[in-house]
Write a protein that binds this ligand. Structure first.
Ligand SMILES: [Zn+2]
Length: 147
């Protein structure tokens, strides 16, 4: 099948958003209110690449490339690969090991006491586990995981 990678550019700010679709004509008319480019004003759509793909995953991985290698407003990656998920788990384990001693433990205890959720890779504190889980899929977090 054929997949498309596109870029949206806000007419007012020049900010970019990357996305992928199997139906570029439909995507153009659908509106963007549920994506991180929801504030874009009269966005212009640029077709970046037309790909012959075997499955949707292939397209999403290509979209990831664009999100990670370009300055854009995308908050989430298109897809997490198994490798990335495994990687996240390893890092989580390592972080926990580190936190057994010293200041870190004190800090984490303090966070736990106040019932906040903490990603010590990014120094991100959230008020709910749900938000923390969402954080794990953000570009900010994943970029740190890959470093
Ligand atoms: Zn993080």
């Amino acid at each position: 099948m054929i997949g498309y990678i596109y870029k949206l550019v806000c007419k007012k700010t020049g900010l970019c958003y990357y996305g992928s679709t199997l139906d570029i004509d439909n995507r153009q008319s659908k509106g963007w209110y549920r994506t991180s480019c929801q504030d874009f004003i009269n966005p212009t759509l640029y077709l970046m690449e037309t790909l012959e793909i075997d499955d949707l995953k292939e397209l999403k991985l290509k979209e990831n490339d664009y999100i990670l290698n370009n300055i854009c407003v995308n908050v989430n990656l298109a897809i997490q690969t198994e490798e990335q998920t495994k990687n996240n788990l390893e890092i989580w384990k390592n972080n926990n090991r580190d936190s057994i001693n010293g200041h870190k433990k004190k800090y984490i205890n303090k966070v736990l006491e106040t019932k906040k959720f903490y990603c010590d890779r990014c120094d991100y504190i959230s008020t709910s586990n749900y938000k923390l889980n969402r954080h794990y899929n953000t570009k900010k977090h994943l970029t740190k995981v890959f470093l």
